[in-house]
Design a protein around this ligand. Structure first.
Ligand code: FE2
Length: 362
């Protein structure tokens, strides 16, 4: 499916007309109030809002969403937000054709034609381009994956980024940056995913300063970069940078993209030093070429130089460093998801992971 992309509300409006969408279920949180785009949705005749969810959305919220969708008999779901609104909207769509008297998480997903349209309000997660959704049920993280969770259309309106708080602006950009890098070196990379990674990295390198200054052209480019990096991880999934970052977020309350960038900053030079530990079936030479290729795309001549640039780039953003307690390293080491580590091109032993967390936090 080729995802339709619009850059302003007029484009989306035409699309809704073309496809005969009347009644809309708008999945959004309170931050929509700060967006110019809110006026557009207010002007549409049949929009029913659904905001009964929290960050790290709960399964119960999705059940309420499915009920509402059926009750109003909507023609489309439009998700406006960062990761959480998108996760909820994806699950509402996926579960909407299933038996509501049984636990949705224990059933096979029944594909359906409900239109799902995404309006990302950060340039980071790339969730609008992926088949993945994450919700929580009884405190347990549930990952839901289905091809039909990928939104068919996306509105990438740069004006939504104008009011983004500075920390979020920086952290979400770093999330997209890490998606581009991790997907590039993932053992699951393909020619297609690598093309997406290249494009995303080029856009980030070219436009990060304009984006950080909150200029329209930079905002538009970063939305594109995040979307394309999302397409890359939709193919490859992420690697050790993401596998290692989740606990940093919950332990120190730092943003996901910030945590991922700290991990990638430490991982990258470590990988260059340890290509002999390569587990990518394409071999050590292939991995070394990949690291060189990433350097070339980012405008450098060696992997070492590029890894150094990335570390400095993150440091220059001036994000606060977490302050660990002694016992944290044990907790962090235990937290790493082994399934996601399998996507990483070099073997990371327990000792390696410990060393990396020390490099990140000391
Ligand atoms: Fe991420």
């Amino acid at each position: 499916m080729k995802q339709r992309i619009f850059t302003d509300a007029a484009g989306l409006d035409n699309y809704l007309r073309e496809t005969g969408v009347g009644k809309i279920m708008l999945v959004c949180d309170g931050s929509i109030e700060y967006l110019k785009l809110n006026e557009y949705f207010k002007g549409l005749p049949e929009v029913i809002r659904f905001s009964d969810f929290t960050p790290n959305p709960q399964y119960e919220s999705v059940i309420s969403g499915v009920k509402l969708l059926k009750q109003i008999d909507a023609d489309a779901i439009i998700a406006v937000g960062g990761g959480s609104a998108m996760d909820v909207a994806k699950c509402v769509k996926l579960f909407s054709n299933m038996n509501e008297n049984e636990n949705f998480l224990e059933q096979r997903i029944v594909p359906n034609n409900m239109r799902l349209i995404a309006v990302p309000t950060t340039a980071g997660t790339g969730s609008e381009a992926t088949r993945f959704a994450v919700i929580y049920c009884n405190g347990e993280k549930q990952s839901i994956t289905h091809e039909t969770a990928v939104p068919e259309a996306v509105l990438m309106d740069p004006s939504v980024l104008e009011t983004l708080p500075e920390y979020q602006r920086k952290a979400t950009m770093l999330d997209a940056f890490c998606h581009g890098i991790e997907s590039f070196w993932s053992v699951n990379s393909t020619d297609e995913s690598r093309e997406y990674s290249k494009e995303a990295l080029r856009l980030i390198m070219e436009h990060n300063q304009s984006y950080l200054k909150n200029e329209k052209s930079g905002n538009a480019a970063m939305l594109r970069a995040a979307n394309i990096a999302g397409k890359a991880i939709n193919i490859t999934q992420t690697t050790a940078g993401h596998a290692m970052c989740y606990k940093l977020t919950s332990l120190y309350g730092i943003a996901h993209g910030h945590a991922a960038a700290l991990c990638v900053s430490a991982l990258w030079p470590y990988m260059i030093e340890h290509t002999d530990m390569c587990v990518d079936p394409r071999g050590k030479g292939y991995l070394e070429n990949t690291l060189d290729e990433i350097a070339g795309v980012m405008g450098f001549t060696s992997g070492k130089e590029t890894a150094g640039y990335f570390k400095e780039f993150v440091e220059k953003l001036g994000l606060k460093k977490p302050l660990p307690d002694n016992g944290d390293y044990k907790i962090l080491k235990k937290s790493v998801n082994p399934v996601r580590l399998k996507n990483h091109p070099i073997k990371l032993t327990d000792e390696a992971i410990s060393e990396l967390y020390h490099r990140i936090l000391d």
